[in-house]
Design a protein around this ligand. Structure first.
Ligand code: GRF
Length: 228
């Protein structure tokens, strides 16, 4: 994939925007290789929009409740994204299921963060489900978005040990602070640098096809350390 320096990044949110803030902070530090050109929310007045505005980033709200169908919402959302001509579209707590047409329109440019060790626990309530299963490990994943919900190729994953005293709330907070806020900027940096790409529905990092996700923290040798 050809890429521009810095890459143009659009971020989609629905709420608090902590992942968005991590991307803003990395971009401000000059550490992302990408410029956030627009933040789009499907909910008005959420904290994530205020974070973007405070950083001087253009924002737009497209309320899904104003549309009769999922297709109509996705068409409007897609037009708003396309108007910003992004190289990368990062879903960061964007709580809408996207149509196949939308995904095809931006395929290869769409990344998502999901708070579980995919393929475990697609969908909602991931922390509760990890606790109920008495999992030893839990974490978060960055994956390419494909037509299968939370099912596209996973590129980067970070894990933490579940502690006996963990509750759904403490686990959610620790996954956010110890994993999510670190791995999303790293994956966007790879995309922005043209290192990470989707080809024939498979993820590639440099010259390596990722058969398993890269594990966070990255060691200095990455991606040579990635198992082919
Ligand atoms: C994160 O846990 C993300 O993984 C999930 O929704 C949450 C969004 O939080 N999809 P925030 O808006 O980034 O604070």
């Amino acid at each position: 994939m050809t890429h521009r320096e810095p890459a143009r990044l659009v971020v989609l949110i629905s709420g608090t925007g902590r992942n968005l803030q991590a991307l803003i902070d990395a971009s401000t530090r000059g550490d992302l290789g990408a410029q956030i050109v627009k933040v789009i929310s499907n909910r008005s007045a959420v904290a994530g929009l205020a974070r973007a505005e405070a950083a001087g980033i253009a924002t737009q709200t497209i309320d899904h409740r104003g549309f009769d169908t999922r297709e109509a919402f996705d068409a409007a959302l897609g037009d708003a994204i396309a108007a910003a001509a992004p190289d990368i579209v990062a879903l960061a707590g964007f709580m809408r299921i996207l149509t196949a047409d939308f995904i095809r329109r931006f395929e290869g440019r769409l990344l998502n963060i999901h708070p579980s060790l995919l393929p475990k626990y697609r969908g909602l309530h991931t922390h509760r489900r990890a606790l109920e299963a008495a999992d030893r490990w839990h974490g978060a994943s960055i994956h390419f978005v494909t037509e299968e919900l939370d099912g596209g190729p996973v590129v980067l994953q970070g894990r933490i040990a579940v502690e006996p005293e963990d509750t759904e709330q403490t686990l959610a907070r620790r996954v956010m602070e110890e994993v999510e806020l670190l791995i999303y900027p790293a994956a966007v940096r790879w995309m922005a640098g043209g290192r990470l790409r989707l080809q024939d529905h498979l993820a590639w990092l440099d010259d390596t096809r990722l058969q398993t996700p890269v594990q966070w923290p990255l060691d200095d040798a990455a991606p040579d350390s990635v198992n082919p």
